[in-house]
Design a protein. Structure first.
Lengths: 188, 410
């Protein structure tokens, strides 16, 4: 084996081995960077950021494979995948895939990619998983109801001063704060 | 003409544009991860006042993006009329928001952050994403049960400056100051509930706050471009189009377009209301010339195959309205050549209730008298295309709409 190939091997090994977990950046710095990404998106493409829309379209794509007739009979789904429409043909789908990729790369570089469950000290893992699923279901339902989630409404609509988006944003925080006391066992 | 946003699909092709969106998504996911948004405990701590990371990150992002967007607009680099502004459905938005808040505190994520948690192999994130899929699936199956409510309280593209009736620059500055106040309050709450010491946070954040206030102040001083500013930057190019009569559609072409199912023809009549009541084209909407700018947000939401046709008695008022709409970046705006007078000359021939006035009436005045104010009930308001075989020069050229077509959360 030449010295060169073993050098590559060592480099690859160090890249794929578990890195040391680094701390998160300061929230104001993180927020500032997020703001610049959001601005760049609006500046170049005219669109903001989003997440639930991409998940929605991936779901409808699968539905269209399994039960195309049902999709063609449901008004809400027709708009996304009726007839020849491909629900994946939308800007939001590559954005959503990019989020997965970017999250992974950052997690990898900072030693935060590992199988684990983040939870409050007073609940079991299984309880945490159950509530994660239930919470996700509420979030998914609410995000479609409000025509956008925290990214598409609160963040993107907030920055463009959309009146409705500011209403959605305060409703999200309001709903969470009102319920927080009653479910404190989950987190504290 | 304002150079941004770009017409990505025309420059890069569909897949090139998707690549740009992939890069934007990548940066989005990367930044969410380094800010700690892949960690449900950090997110939930927001609601127990122990760690206010969610509020700090979100509002810093909103303020930075907002100041940059309206700053770029003030400098004439970015056309805010071409960026996607979420249309307002007030009550469905608020109810959906409350439901999302419930999901947030139960599950510890929002959709974007749960994707980041999933990509860094957090099991709770994976269960959450499954839940999001399930919730979206249930929504798609149930929305038709309450679609009346879901489509209610629609206000279109309405922004905070319109709600409060003050210039955009003041709203931007106000939001910056409100965010700074909330950051100060968050640090106090973290001190009380989380035992954190605000004085240990980097002093650089004061510099950041100063820069944001300065940028908002500068944006306020420069001001957002007015209709006149916007027209001035387009005048050379667009006046030539007017002079070459590239944007005046002849009655024969309009009659043809009225019956073209591939297009949505929106007829805007900018004459006096009394004249509109005497006679107007079928489906024409009356808009006072002074108010034409106020309907632009609604026009921007029309699909990309929409053609807007302006009309006055001759062409004078319609041309003024055309300048306003073009300055405000409405695509595919045209003028009815010869106006209503020209239309009546072409189509009112046999109707004895409509008589031409023989003496001169002055420019842009109605040259016909009507037996009754029947509006669009006269036959010539909607002539049968099979009865006429008018010669015309095809002038309509559909232009691609810049900016987002679908928009929002897809």
């Amino acid at each position: 084996m030449t010295a060169k190939t073993s050098g590559i091997k060592v480099a690859l090994k160090s890249f794929f081995s578990q890195r040391e977990e680094k701390p998160y950046v300061n929230p104001y710095l993180g927020g500032g960077l997020l703001g610049l990404v959001l601005f760049f998106s609006f500046f170049v493409t005219g669109n903001g950021l989003g997440a639930s829309g991409g998940v929605n379209r991936i779901l409808v794509f699968v539905e269209d494979l399994l039960v195309p007739d049902h999709v063609d009979r449901t008004p809400y789904l027709i708009k996304l995948a009726g007839g020849d429409l491909n629900p994946l043909e939308s800007w939001i789908v590559p954005v959503t895939l990019g989020v997965l990729l970017g999250g992974f790369v950052s997690g990898w570089l900072n030693g935060r990619v590992k199988v684990e469950t983040r939870k409050g000290p007073r609940v079991s893992k299984q309880t945490r998983w159950l509530f994660a699923f239930v919470g996700g279901a509420f979030m998914g339902y609410g995000a479609r109801f409000a025509r956008g989630c925290t990214s598409g409404q609160a963040l993107s609509g907030g920055a463009t001063l959309s009146a409705g988006s500011w209403g959605v944003m305060f409703a999200i925080f309001g709903g969470a704060y009102i319920l927080a006391y009653f479910v404190r066992r989950l987190w504290t | 003409m304002t150079p941004f946003p770009l017409l990505l699909e025309a420059i890069l092709g569909k897949y090139g544009a998707y690549l740009v969106f992939l890069v934007i998504g990548f940066a989005f996911g990367y930044v969410l991860e380094i800010a700690g948004f892949g960690n449900s405990k950090k997110l939930a701590a927001q609601f127990y006042f122990t760690e206010m990371t969610v509020l700090k990150v979100m509002f810093t992002a909103i303020v930075v993006a907002m100041v940059s967007i309206f700053g770029a607009s003030a400098l004439g680099l970015l056309d805010v009329n071409l960026i996607w502004v979420n249309p307002t459905y007030l009550w469905p938005g608020i109810l959906g928001g409350v439901i999302m808040g419930i999901g947030f505190i139960l599950g510890g994520f929002c959709p974007g952050t749960s994707l980041v948690a999933l990509s860094t192999l957090k099991v709770d994130g994976a269960f959450y994403v499954l839940g999001v899929f399930f919730g979206i699936f249930v929504f798609g199956e149930t929305v038709d049960l309450f679609d009346v409510f879901w489509n209610s309280s629609y206000m279109g593209r309405i922004t905070l400056d319109q709600v409060f009736g003050i210039p955009t620059g003041w709203v931007v500055l106000g939001v910056v100051l409100m965010a700074l106040f909330m950051f100060w309050g968050s640090e106090q709450l973290e001190r009380i509930f989380g035992g954190m010491d605000p004085s240990s946070a980097p002093k650089l954040r004061y510099v950041g706050a100063g820069v944001l206030v300065a940028m908002a102040g500068a944006g306020l001083l420069i001001g957002q471009p007015t209709v006149a500013d916007r027209w001035a930057s387009l005048e050379a190019e667009k006046s030539a189009e007017l002079a070459a009569r590239e944007v005046q559609l002849q009655p024969g072409e309009v009659l043809h377009l009225m019956h073209d199912p591939r297009l949505k023809l929106v007829l805007l009549d900018v004459r006096q209301e009394a004249e509109y009541n005497l006679f107007h084209l079928a489906d024409a909407e009356h808009v006072a010339l002074e108010q034409i700018a106020s309907i632009v947000p609604a026009l921007q939401l029309e699909p990309s195959n929409t053609v807007f046709l302006l009309m006055s008695n001759d062409e004078l008022a319609a041309t003024e309205a055309w300048k306003v709409l073009v300055a405000l970046s409405v695509p595919n705006v045209y003028i009815l050549e010869g106006g209503i007078n020209g239309w009546l000359e072409a189509f009112a021939g046999e109707d004895t209730r409509i008589l031409p006035i023989s003496e001169p009436v002055g420019e842009d005045k109605l040259r016909f008298t009507f037996e009754q104010a029947l509006g669009a009930a006269y036959h010539c308001a909607e002539p049968d295309p099979h009865d006429y075989d008018l010669e015309y020069e095809e002038r309509l050229k559909l232009e691609l709409k810049r900016g987002p077509t679908g928009g929002g959360c897809g």
